[in-house]
Design a protein around this ligand. Structure first.
Ligand SMILES: [Zn+2]
Length: 152
């Protein structure tokens, strides 16, 4: 298994998992690799992290194993970012953007004055607090800038 750090033309960084080095080259050159954030096929390889960290001081052999285990347990930030972006994209696709009317719409749905549906929008902390007191649950969602540009 070959794990490569990849980057699309929009500078999104993510990991690509390939069966081998040759497979990676082949898939990248045939535009089969897609950015999980924006779907871009113009993907380039980044130098892998271990190579960047070669500063002359190499860890003793005995210490290599625990380090590897730690690396596997903690997902790399790039992967988490990709997963998060994917989840946010899903929410964006399944909800209606009501903008500043979020609190108003949430309230109308709660009191059956508007059809029940998934909505998203902006609300002040006070509005969210007021909604919570009325038994209307909301959850905060931070939409990364990368998605704000593409989601309308
Ligand atoms: Zn991208």
């Amino acid at each position: 298994m070959k794990v490569l750090d990849l980057r699309c033309a929009q500078d999104h960084r993510f990991e690509g998992w390939f069966a081998s080095e040759e497979e990676a080259q082949s898939q990248i050159s045939r535009d089969l690799v897609q950015c999980p954030v924006c779907g871009d096929h113009a993907v380039t390889r980044l130098p892998s992290a271990p190579r960047l960290n070669l500063s002359g001081a190499t860890a003793p052999k005995g210490a290599a194993k625990p380090a590897q285990q730690t690396a596997q347990q903690a997902a790399p930030p790039a992967t988490l970012q990709a997963l998060y972006l994917k989840a946010v994209k899903q929410v964006l696709a399944q909800t209606e953007d009501v903008g500043d009317r979020f609190a108003e719409e949430a309230r109308r749905m709660h009191y059956d004055e508007a059809p029940e549906r998934g909505i998203r929008g902006s609300a002040s902390p006070e509005e969210v607090q007021a909604l919570a007191e009325e038994g209307i649950e909301t959850f905060p969602l931070v939409v990364p800038d990368a998605l704000k540009q593409t989601a309308h």
